[in-house]
Design a protein around this ligand. Structure first.
Ligand code: CA
Length: 671
């Protein structure tokens, strides 16, 4: 039972549990169904165009819908092939009559005002029938790169053709390069980087960008139609089927490159409460309200009511639709703290029916918990992680802050030399699943490990600010070393590694910490930085490769955490990981040492198990690689502001052929 701090017309209505709300299309006829239990009349209005602005705009017909009292559903069937016909509902609630698009819209005209009937089979790109989900076996095998569709290619440095820049179709261009260079960009670049998934900032239809002009920039955290792709990223926002096809082309191109697609879903609030199709269809139902006041735990003017039967159903239907129709491989839930635990666990169960490996994680907080309307016991925040499925993850902001300090200020974290919050880093390394260092997760699969995301300063800008460096294009080795330290922690931690696109090439937004509506000149990816900061890109690539090849790093269970030994001696962090699987193709031990001080210091490796005597170095302050870069010289000293990642040489020798291992250089690092 969910404790609610308000009362309204909660479950006074009959509800509906079938999966045919919206329209069901056949070439012979289309049936429309809308749940509107408070309405005294509902009319279906058919139009020839998606907006009144277009040439030939005509009302084709107005049709009375029939009410079923048992379910609260109004329905009607119209004969003929309605593909491409636009429609709205005119709903009489009390003495108020409003025209609205369908809550269950699958396609719309420009700027979302009218829904469109679509024969989805006609939106499938070539080869779509063979397109499959790209999934990883364990949540913690995922490596996530967060990107905004427009930022990906809006700059001319992307090398993408002018007509596709900033659109879904930019993802379908192959062999793109920074102009006049051989440096790969966009999809070609991602294939080399080695990430497993992209996470797309909102790609459902949102309200803040005029699709007719596409001039404004926005991140898109202002949903209008949850089941429709955003029109401003398509080459033709007027014809509802075009954006659907182009979205699928994007997904297919990423899948063909072996990259999974995670959608950022924002079910917690909408562009507008009062003007939303939800409120117009069933007043005072879909949002948490106190009288006429919209509760605001989303911080955006309204918060939806995930605990209500028909919004819970809506979330489930919507997520299933994206996973099945668009082959989406994972979902990132914006302000998941606004949602109730029961709903999120039900979503997990429903997605499991499609595939258990579909990723789910979210932000375990609200913007104003005091105005959330449901008890703190019932919402998806970190302190309730244990009530959630172990396959619903949460962003670990504790580790993020421990690593780099406050997100937007000039404070320092561990990587800039502070020892203040080191325990947060240690706890994060253990996937927030260690009783020794502090835990909130059941196991590492619940922990998303990150240093930067779209919100707040980019990691680069944060490092500059906290080091009092003003030049966004600096090549100051101190800053680059700190960036490398951060990356080493993220990729060597238990949990799901996550990064903002371009963290690996010193992406700057010139100090803009909240660029949600800043112009392209701030937000777009400058691909020339992959050349300028190639050393950093290569370091990330190496770490990603290490993570993929070293099985124990991706262990998702508490058991793996218990086999890891971490210490902190005031200067250095030392961790040893053991893999007791006994499998001949897996490395048995690896260790990581980090020194964040300005002077070299000694370290000692500790473990619950007998450690090997011979080690190879995989990464130091210069290079990271899954191939051993040198024999470890047993010098138990580490230089200032440096990292050392080593692997046990016996198991390495067994896995790699003798010719390769005999060539591993044997020299002293000379600390
Ligand atoms: Ca839109």
């Amino acid at each position: 039972m969910i404790t609610k701090f308000y009362s309204n017309k909660d479950e006074i209505y009959n509800t509906y549990d079938k999966n045919d709300l919206g329209f069901v299309y056949t070439p012979q006829s289309t049936t429309f169904k809308v749940w509107a239990p408070a309405a005294s009349q509902v009319l279906l209005k058919l139009y020839s165009t998606g907006s009144y602005l277009e040439e030939g705009a005509t009302v084709l017909s107005i049709n009375q819908m029939v009410y079923d009292k048992q379910t609260g559903v109004w329905s009607t069937t119209i004969d003929g092939d309605l593909h491409g016909i636009y429609y709205t509902y005119v709903i009489q609630n009390g003495n108020k009559s409003t025209e609205t698009q369908d809550v269950y819209s699958k396609a719309t005209g420009v700027n979302s005002a009218r829904s469109m009937v679509v024969d989805l089979s006609r939106t499938n790109p070539q080869g779509w029938e063979n397109d499959k989900h790209v999934l990883v076996d364990k949540q913690t095998d995922a490596i996530v790169w967060e990107i905004h569709v427009r930022d990906f290619s809006s700059s001319n440095t992307s090398g993408v053709s002018k007509q596709h820049r900033g659109t879904y179709l930019a993802f379908t261009e192959t062999d793109t390069k920074v102009p006049n260079t051989n440096a790969p960009t966009c999809l070609s670049y991602l294939k080399e980087l080695g990430i497993t998934h992209v996470q797309l900032n909102p790609v459902f239809d949102f309200g803040s960008v005029n699709e007719a002009t596409g001039v404004e920039y926005n991140w898109g955290y202002d949903p209008v139609n949850y089941n429709v792709p955003e029109g401003s990223y398509s080459t033709d926002p007027y014809h509802g089927e075009v954006r659907i096809k182009e979205f699928k082309q994007m997904v297919k191109a990423l899948h063909d490159a072996g990259i999974g697609v995670i959608m950022d879903v924002v079910y917690n609030h909408m562009y507008s409460g009062g003007d939303s199709c939800f409120e117009k269809t069933v007043p005072d139902y879909y949002f948490r309200k106190q009288g006429s006041r919209y509760l605001n735990s989303s911080g955006c003017g309204n918060v939806t009511a995930s605990e209500k039967t028909m919004f819970r159903k809506y979330m489930i239907d919507s997520l299933r639709y994206w996973a099945e129709e668009y082959h989406i491989d994972g979902f990132r839930f914006d302000l998941m703290g606004c949602h109730d635990i029961e709903t999120m666990n039900l979503i997990r169960e429903e997605l499991d029916k499609i595939d258990k490996r579909i990723l789910m994680y979210g932000e375990p907080w609200t913007a104003d918990n005091g105005d959330n309307g449901i008890s703190g016991e019932d919402c998806c925040t970190k302190n309730n992680a244990k009530k959630l499925s172990s396959r619903i993850g949460m962003f670990n902001d504790d580790m993020r802050n421990g690593l780099k300090g406050g997100s937007d200020d000039d404070t320092k974290g561990y990587i800039q030399g502070s020892g203040f919050d080191t325990y947060k880093v240690l706890a994060g390394m253990m996937g927030a699943s260690s009783d020794t260092f502090g835990r909130w997760a059941k196991q590492p699969s619940q922990c998303v490990t990150y240093a930067s995301a779209h919100d707040n300063l980019t990691l680069w800008d944060k490092l500059l600010k906290s080091n009092w460096v003003k030049d966004f294009n600096t090549t100051d080795s101190k800053i680059i070393d700190q960036n490398k330290l951060s990356a080493a922690f993220i990729f060597m931690a238990f949990g799901i590694p996550f990064m903002l696109a371009g963290e690996e090439f010193a992406r700057t937004k010139f100090g803009d910490h909240n660029s949600y509506k800043s112009p392209d000149s701030i937000n777009s990816i400058d691909w020339t930085r992959t050349i300028k900061y190639k050393e950093l890109v290569d370091y990330y690539k190496g770490l990603i490769d290490i993570r993929k090849k070293y099985h124990q790093l991706c262990e998702a269970t508490e058991d793996a955490v218990n086999k890891t030994y971490m210490t902190y001696n005031g200067k250095t962090i030392t961790g040893t990981m053991a893999n007791l699987s006994g499998k001949s193709d897996e490395y048995k031990f690896m260790a990581m040492v980090v020194n964040n001080n300005n002077e070299k210091c000694k370290f000692e490796l500790k473990s619950k198990y007998e450690l090997p005597n011979r080690w190879y170095v995989l990464a130091d302050h210069d290079i990271a690689s899954s191939k051993a870069i040198r024999v470890f010289d047993n010098n138990m000293e580490i230089r200032p502001n440096a990292i050392l990642i080593i692997v046990d040489a016996d198991s390495y020798d067994k896995i790699h052929d003798a010719e390769e291992t005999s060539k591993i250089p044997n020299y002293s690092a000379g600390y």
